[in-house]
Design a protein around this ligand. Structure first.
Ligand code: CP
Length: 305
């Protein structure tokens, strides 16, 4: 039995297999309609979510399965002090697979160590968000047709943005990629990611505060919001929240085949005027997330179609 806590638990070959499976689901959805019949997914979300939770639930329904979920973290027995470990043991009695989001880094790992069913990390604090990375990878694959030789700009809150940490880990395994890390000084990529992922693997990267100067060389621009919920004081958040606002005018300097991604939700960092630009693929990315979560559920439940 396998869980997914960190994107690096999937080999490059397994990522390829998941992408092929997702492409087949997109092309032949009817083949998969009953593949999880009588199976139940429990969504345990201790933090707000729109995309991750609903796409997991939609994924399970489209595979013919069912969903168990809590109305909110406050309505579960966690509010009475129940531990993550006990919650995982309990939910294992009712469901076949768990998707868990938690504000504490490592909580889904604790759940996986105590559950008797697979646990998927649906975002843990400022740490990791592996299924968002699966959505990002399918989007990059569909837009660019490769994971190699790309110049990838990551812009915004690189300190607390867990999707950025997972995506860098995933793309650092492919040859010839170069990262341009664009952030305010206070929100730079944590040194543990730089040291353990970029420097360890001798990956080329630069750091800058200047989005406009970086734009012309990028093949992919991955925008992120400033993560208000991770700040210790509101004053710092207010000062930094509008550090970057991507507009149609700024995009005049970008490549014609740039792909603009964003894990969403967006606050101000991409003006709605950008949405009509064919290079803006963040809503395609949302849909890709559902297909990759369908593929992942099939893999972890070891369902043969
Ligand atoms: N990208 C993402 O995790 O969105 P939600 O917080 O809405 O799930």
């Amino acid at each position: 039995m396998r869980s997914l806590i960190d994107i690096l638990e999937l080999s490059v070959e397994e990522i390829d297999e998941l992408i092929s499976l997702a492409e087949d689901i997109i092309a032949h959805p009817e083949k998969y309609r009953d593949s999880c019949r009588y199976k139940k997914l429990a969504t345990l979300f201790f933090e707000p979510s729109t995309r991750t939770r609903l796409s997991f639930e939609a994924a399970m329904y489209e595979l013919g399965g069912n969903v168990l979920s809590m109305a909110s973290a406050g309505s579960s027995s966690a509010a009475k002090g129940e531990s993550v470990a006990d919650t995982a043991k309990t939910v294992s009695c009712y469901a076949d697979i768990i998707a868990m989001r938690h504000p504490k880094e490592g909580a889904p790992m604790v759940a996986a160590m105590n559950a008797s069913i697979p646990v998927i990390n649906a975002g843990d604090g400022g740490h990791n968000h592996p299924t968002q990375t699966l959505a990002d990878l399918l989007t990059i694959w569909r837009e660019k047709g490769r994971f190699t030789g790309l110049t990838i700009g990551l812009c915004g809150d690189l300190k607390f943005g867990r999707t950025v940490h997972s995506l860098i880990s995933a793309l650092a395994r492919y040859n010839g990629n170069k990262f341009v890390l664009i952030s305010p000084v206070e929100l730079k990529l944590p040194s543990y990611v730089k040291k353990d992922v970029l420097q360890k693997n001798q990956i080329s990267y630069t750091q800058t505060t200047d989005l406009e100067a970086a734009l012309p060389e990028l093949d992919i621009l991955y925008m992120t919001r400033v993560q208000r919920e991770r700040f210790f004081n509101e004053e710092d958040y207010l000062r930094l929240k509008d550090s970057y606002i991507l507009t149609p005018e700024k995009l005049n300097k970008a490549k014609k085949d740039l792909a603009i991604l964003h894990p969403l939700p967006r606050v101000n960092e991409i003006s709605v005027g950008v949405d009509a630009d064919p290079r803006a693929v963040y809503f395609k990315q949302v849909l890709n997330g559902k297909y990759m979560r369908m593929a992942l559920i099939l893999k972890l439940l070891e369902v043969e179609v």
